[in-house]
Design a protein around this ligand. Structure first.
Ligand code: SAM
Length: 269
């Protein structure tokens, strides 16, 4: 198989798109405390605690571990990269971008990768601004390659950041778009058909509107028939909402000790 497992520290050359013409960044992120307190997770990767509802952006199992094991690996995405087919990922709740970066790392590490389209939805402009400025506090241990990737994202239009990267071996192209705003509104304008959905808002208790049948129906309209949706929450209400929206879900055992089960959902045949 041409994919390297868990390569979040991947280094090496890859071709970048054209230099950004303009970089428009918010100044507000410079007060990092406004983004939340920095917290180290079990695998050494850093997350933050939301300053208002005090939930951390990742489980104690580890931001990197969850991004790779739950989303990239357990979804089948890593394996499918070897097919060389064009793939599209809907990244719900960009947050600190661990899931998006793990997706790109896996794509870069696979010698058969085809084109990849990632659309990340995030309503906190401050998070996105901190990320693309390259000085987000949680990126302190990130590889130079990763920082290079996020710093190449440019604000292509209002509320939209975009970056394009060429695969070093296959010359396939990864297009990463971040749409800033309320995902429930943003998805209305999306035309793409996604193969994978990384469902990762805050918990159903703190972020209920992103876990109801209305939301999962909106996502369903955007996916291919064989799409796979992954979620860390196995809550009964989440499974019920997915079922109501026409998804079939299954819980499966995680490889981490801090959490027993994760959730995979697909559309019926
Ligand atoms: C648990 S964090 C995501 C962590 C992230 N996936 C990562 O890899 O680091 C949840 C994110 O969802 C975002 N979010 C929650 N509700 C949203 C909404 N309605 N529209 C857009 N983003 C939303 C939050 O701002 C937060 O950044």
């Amino acid at each position: 198989m041409g994919c390297v497992a868990n390569i979040f520290t991947v280094e090496g050359g890859f071709k970048l798109g054209a230099e950004p013409a303009v970089r428009i960044l918010s100044e507000k992120h410079k007060d990092n405390r406004s983004l939340g307190e920095l917290v180290e997770t079990a695998d050494g990767s850093m997350t933050i605690r939301h300053p208002e509802h005090l939930e951390t952006y990742h489980s104690s199992a580890g931001a990197e571990t969850e991004a790779f094991e739950l989303y990239v690996s357990s979804s089948g995405f890593l394996e499918r990269l070897t097919s060389g087919m064009q793939l599209a990922v809907l990244d719900v709740g960009l947050g600190l971008s661990y899931n998006a970066m793990a997706t790109i790392d896996a794509w870069l590490g696979c010698s058969e990768s085809g084109d990849l389209n990632i659309v990340s939805l995030e309503w906190s402009r401050d998070l996105v601004s901190a990320l693309v400025a390259g000085d987000a506090p949680w990126t302190v241990n990130w590889s130079a390659l990763r920082k290079n990737i996020v710093m190449r994202l440019t604000e292509s239009s209002s509320q939209k950041f975009f970056g394009e990267f060429v695969h070093p071996v296959t010359e396939a192209v990864c297009r990463w778009t971040i749409l800033v705003g309320d995902a429930r509104e943003t998805v209305v304008g999306l035309q793409s058909k996604f193969n994978y959905v990384w469902q990762d808002p805050f918990s159903p208790d703190k972020n209920p509107d992103m876990w109801n049948a209305l939301w999962f129906s909106a996502v369903k309209r955007l996916v291919e028939a064989d799409a796979v949706l992954m979620s860390y929450s196995v809550a009964r209400r989440v499974r019920d909402a997915l079922t109501e929206a026409g998804w079939q879900c299954e819980r499966f055992k995680t490889p981490v000790k801090q959490k027993k089960q994760w959730l995979r959902a697909q559309l019926p045949n």
